[in-house]
Design a binder for this molecule. Structure first.
Ligand code: AMP
Ligand code: MG
Length: 482
């Protein structure tokens, strides 16, 4: 048995925050993927275990020593409507403390029903769990905060969606699974002491330097707001659409979580939506900043009793923080866009320069990823899409701006390459890898993972991974909770 070093702090919170649970049944578990690099980082040694033992471990059939499985309670605004929720298909094994002192939650996803499953079966299909694995690992390699995927095991048990699908369990690793929705759950109990307890716990775990802040609630709002808005800036950088930015999917640690309906866009278009259930485009690419601010406003509401005993003053202070966070986002976005087009220093026209490029990209249906890579050449890029005179005008303005900053073009291009990936998880490549993986052929998945592990270095022979395949006009769709 590997040496998980469990030290569970969450279960020291009041009982209404979780529900203990027994082991999990998996009739014929089979190991599909194991993240060796992540295991090494976490100080976990699985070398003494064969695939059967690993499959039993990562399906929950055999619990490791020190595991105390439980499901977390939380609430959340889903597409704007408030519900009491909880881990309906996830089970926490415990908090593992890595050799470097880092504490991470080890959680099964798809391991069966819990107290919070409502009408759901608590299970997950293999395809979506492979999807979470590949996209979360891609995010990690892109340098974007994310939960990680340690293993995928096929359970040998079908799950019934529109048709029977092979079932699977994903082992997710996260800084924690505390969410905005955890605070909403605490606030919904109507006892300010519960919110205070949770604030103290979250500060201790994720922001220990803020423990002695004059207003713990306000300090937490500010810190989480900064991390979450910085995260959205990163999503916008790489064309990532989360797809289900409900408040229960917004973590206090600031990691991207819940890879259900997410996808990367090809043609740049702020109105892009992939999720089959997002009919109003609430979680469209360009709405993500506004939605994150909305989610942070819900967070602020749940924190009010921990911000100030005087309700009116609490609202005033929270509002001021939210306004400042919106400004922080704008500055962060401009700095990110500046990196994408190689700017240094700042000029009053920079915002317009960035906006105008994105507007041109939208109307030209230019690829979000490849456009920024193509810009880093002497002269005009040669691809057909750039023959547009409107682009030529923008290009001349941009080059004049670069000319005034006085650093040589090779240095500018190097900076641009560090901000603009050559490879993202293209939808057709992900789908092909999942389709093969679901029938037991993991070669395309391993190849895709290898390409995405080094996203900023363009390599020969990988053109198939650098191009969108879905012809324009054809709509790619993703599915939630599958
Ligand atoms: P999500 O949209 O994936 O964040 O899920 C929202 C809520 O639904 C969470 O509380 C999940 O645990 C729960 N849920 C999703 N899928 C299932 C399922 N198959 N069975 C039970 N609960 C589920
Ligand atoms: Mg979720």
């Amino acid at each position: 048995m590997p040496a998980f070093r469990f030290d569970n702090t969450y279960t020291r919170l009041p009982r209404l925050f979780y529900s203990k649970q027994g082991a999990v049944a998996a009739p014929a578990p089979k190991l599909v993927l194991l993240n060796h690099a992540l295991a090494r980082d976490l100080g976990l040694d699985f070398s003494g275990m064969d695939d059967a033992a690993l499959a039993a471990l990562f399906s929950g059939k055999v619990l490791p020593q020190g595991a105390e499985p439980f499901a977390q309670a939380y609430a959340g605004h889903q597409f704007g409507g408030f519900s009491l929720l909880g881990d309906g298909r996830a089970l926490m094994l415990g908090e593992h403390v890595a050799p470097d002192g880092r504490r991470v939650d080890i959680q099964f996803k798809g391991s069966g029903p819990t107290r919070y499953s409502r009408s759901g079966d608590g299970r997950a299909a293999l395809g979506p769990m492979l999807r979470e694995y590949v996209i979360s690992e891609a995010m990690q390699a892109l340098g974007i905060p994310t939960t990680r995927s340690l293993a995928v095991v096929a359970t040998g048990q079908p799950v019934y969606r529109e048709r029977p699908l092979p079932g699977a369990v994903l082992t997710r690793v996260a800084a924690s699974h505390l969410r905005v929705g955890t605070f909403q759950y605490a606030a919904a109990q109507g006892d300010p002491a519960l919110v205070a307890t949770l604030v103290e716990y979250a500060l201790e775990r994720h922001y220990p330097h803020l423990k002695d802040a004059a207003s713990p609630g306000l300090a937490l709002l500010q810190a989480v707001g900064e991390r979450q808005l910085a995260l959205v800036v990163e999503w916008l950088r790489v064309g990532f659409i989360h797809g289900v930015m409900n408040t229960d999917n917004v973590t206090i640690a600031g990691e991207t979580i819940d890879y259900g309906p997410c996808a990367f866009m090809d043609a740049h278009d702020p109105t892009t939506v992939f999720s089959s259930i997002d009919h109003q485009g609430r979680y469209a690419f360009g709405n993500q900043p506004r939605i994150m601010l909305w989610n942070l406003a819900r967070f602020a509401e749940s924190l009010l009793p921990s911000i100030d005993a005087d309700g009116e003053r609490a609202v005033e202070q929270a509002t001021a923080v939210l306004h400042a966070l919106a400004d922080t986002f704008e500055a962060g976005w401009l700095a990110m866009m500046g990196r994408k087009i190689g700017l240094s220093g700042s000029e009053s026209d920079d915002r317009a320069l960035c906006d105008d490029l994105l507007s041109w990209m939208t109307q030209a249906r230019a690829d979000h990823t490849n456009t920024f890579r193509a810009l880093a050449v002497d002269g005009l890029p040669s691809e057909a899409v750039f023959a547009d005179p409107a682009f030529g005008q923008w290009h001349a303005r941009w080059r004049a701006r670069l000319g005034r900053q006085g650093d040589a073009l090779p240095a500018v291009f190097e900076r641009m390459h560090a901000a603009n990936p050559a490879y993202i998880p293209r939808n057709h490549q992900v789908e092909a890898a999942l389709a093969a993986g679901s029938t037991g052929d993991l070669a395309p998945m391993h190849r895709l993972l290898e390409v995405l592990a080094d996203p900023y270095a363009a390599r020969d022979g990988l053109d198939d991974y650098a191009q969108p395949a879905v012809p324009d006009g054809q709509v790619y769709q993703t599915f939630c909770g599958t």
